[in-house]
Design a protein. Structure first.
Lengths: 368, 368
DNA sequence: AACCACCATGAATCGCTGT
DNA sequence: TACAGCGATTCATGGTGGT
């Protein structure tokens, strides 16, 4: 790892050991092009959580995620954001990632410190952890805030590169990417995950391609196991990491040493598989294409069923999905409800599948 | 529109004219089940925005949407959230929708006022307006925050209904729904859109099916053209709207008058098993479905236990309920004995839960 | 080699009711 | 109000080990 330290020179491609606020304040002002920050989320978890198979969820219970109150968290957030802003060049920018536990505090602090929000970007996880108790929505996304140093500042935005990454369509504010697992997930010597919240390289790839140029200096004040540094090196950007945990630093050093610049595989990971879009029948009801209470008729006209507000059917004394009710009424092991159930429109009998085709056609015009 | 006003009675299915904070404070406390709020966005657009072909984009530039500073906006936000919280029943909940311009302030204020965030939900727009200048990401989503009145409060969550709406997979925190246009988009007399930020009915359908029950009272303090009221009426919920703009109120009145409520049985929604009547295991023994001394086998066939006359089990040297013995033998923190224990019938292995289902079916025919 | 069954796991603010 | 007992609850992915 190169270490250039001189009067006003930056410690490029180095991981600095220590508290991020102190370390940032020791660096020269207006010297960094981009900051990517993944601060503690302040999760406030209570007891243990078990999966339905009784295995225990390995939660984030590390000391670095514990704060006494919102007030303490807010002070911490404002302090590191202030130090970060001092480091940014006038046309620099910042990305911060978080979840609903902390991201509203972070966004407020960003605005209060004078940053100018450019977009919030949603990372839609292709494979999130489910909600095991069925008490809330699956927590399937995290939020990133992208902001410039101040209102009116110029900032780097590689519009065409992002468009290319997105199959020729303008990049949107929601990114579907898988979470970090498999071989990319770093393990410690005992085979356990080295860091509880390692971010996928595909995410950083899109951030750095979109908002930096080759040779730019990228700083990450919560470096962890160094995803930002690894991707920066691949893409020919300079990085500075700050991390106070020695274990994480060691893993990151080793990881980054093994990275080759311009690794083409990185481009491959960034695109998540796009499956044939699945249209839930319930969406026809939500979108008003079918009305709750409306009659459906079986293709052979032998059976009827009524649509309910939650997208299930009632036919005779059978309740369930369009497929379940069709199968039950026909005494068949399975049934494709989309082609089995029909509606009457203008005296004609039409399968409900026409609505699904309509939605798919809309989606094809403007892909996911 | 019905108007029932009395001592402590609620003005159900009415649009109240006036300032939302004053009007909320005039209503009785702890009287509302759900609040849905779409507050002004504080967009701070500088000058007009033009498409590449120079046609003007009709941005949100109404006077009510301008705020002098974040401080003023924060005061306003805290004030209406406080008034709203007073109105909520102890087990009530709130939804607030916004974009990056205001949602971070709103989320922070929610937490500061004592609400407890349950999820943030991203409305992923299927057909957003592109970013014409190519200087940022297409702003393709809005954020909703769902919160209960305080930590530990119960709240309504129709898990099974939402799962049905989503083709049998639990509902995630990212919802893909189209924006409101076409016939659903209300026009004023001159053919212009009646409201700049009319929300789609599909969005409210999912919110109300998921977090209210029929007959619940839903309040919308920024009623606009009344999407909340229209969908509440369809779904057999009661609404209260507050709107200070007379033009919006008139459009909303007319709109809601034309809405038909769905059939009562169409509003029945897939129920959770938690709502089913509780059957003591001992009843199976009393009714002779299982005989004292009969052998039960664990689902994985690794353990056996014997039924006793009082409805407890003996397995190895463990005695207790079907759940306790199952948990002890598996070394698990808990166990559902109904699905864990099986009997042999005609060479097949069947969970004892079939007996419970049988009893429940009898009870449905002849309710107690 | 190809395929399949099985298992492990991921930033999680994850009960309710009767005594 | 604290405590104990009942019993409800998961999706996508990737690795491993066997046929």
């Amino acid at each position: 790892m190169t270490k250039k330290m001189g009067a006003d020179a930056l410690p490029l491609n180095t991981i600095l050991a220590g508290d991020c606020i102190e370390m940032m304040n020791s660096l020269p002002e207006a010297s960094v092009d981009l900051i990517f920050a993944d601060p503690p989320y302040n999760l406030q978890l209570r007891g243990d959580l078990h999966r339905p198979d009784n295995s225990r969820v390995d939660a984030v219970d590390d000391a670095w995620d514990q704060f006494a109150s919102f007030e303490v968290y807010d002070r911490f957030t404002s302090a590191w954001l202030k130090a970060a802003r001092r480091l940014l060049k006038p046309n620099g920018a910042i990305w911060v990632i978080g979840s609903y536990h902390n991201i509203f505090r972070v966004g407020t602090a960003l605005q209060n410190e004078g940053y100018w929000i450019l977009n919030d970007v949603v990372w839609r996880k292709a494979n999130p952890m489910p909600n095991f108790r069925g008490k809330r929505f699956t927590n399937a996304h995290e939020t990133m805030i992208w902001a410039s140093k101040e209102e009116g500042a110029k900032y780097t935005f590689n519009y065409e590169a992002l468009k290319s990454l997105n199959e020729g369509v303008q990049m949107r504010s929601d990114w579907v990417l898988p979470i970090c697992n498999g071989h990319e997930r770093l393990k410690d010597d005992s085979g356990e995950k080295a860091h509880p919240t390692q971010k996928p390289e595909s995410l950083l790839h899109r951030v750095l391609v979109g908002s930096t140029n080759p040779g730019d200096v990228v700083l990450d004040p919560f470096f962890g196991t160094g995803t930002t540094g690894a991707v920066a090196k691949m893409l020919g950007r300079e990085f500075i990491g700050i991390e106070r945990d020695e274990g994480y630093r060691k893993v990151a050093e080793k990881r980054i040493a093994n990275v080759r610049k311009f690794d083409r595989d990185a481009l491959q990971v960034s695109a998540s598989k796009r499956a044939e879009p699945r249209i839930p029948f319930g969406q026809l009801v939500e979108r008003g294409m079918l009305r709750p209470g409306e009659q459906l008729y079986s293709m052979n006209m032998r059976h009827k069923a009524k649509v309910r507000a939650d997208g299930t059917l009632v036919g005779g004394d059978v309740k369930g999905s369009i497929h379940q009710v069709g199968a039950a009424l026909e005494g068949a092991p399975s049934c494709n409800g989309w082609t089995y159930w029909c509606i009457r429109r203008d005296g004609k009998t039409v399968p409900i599948d026409i609505f699904r085709q309509q939605i798919r056609a809309e989606m094809a015009e403007r892909p996911i």
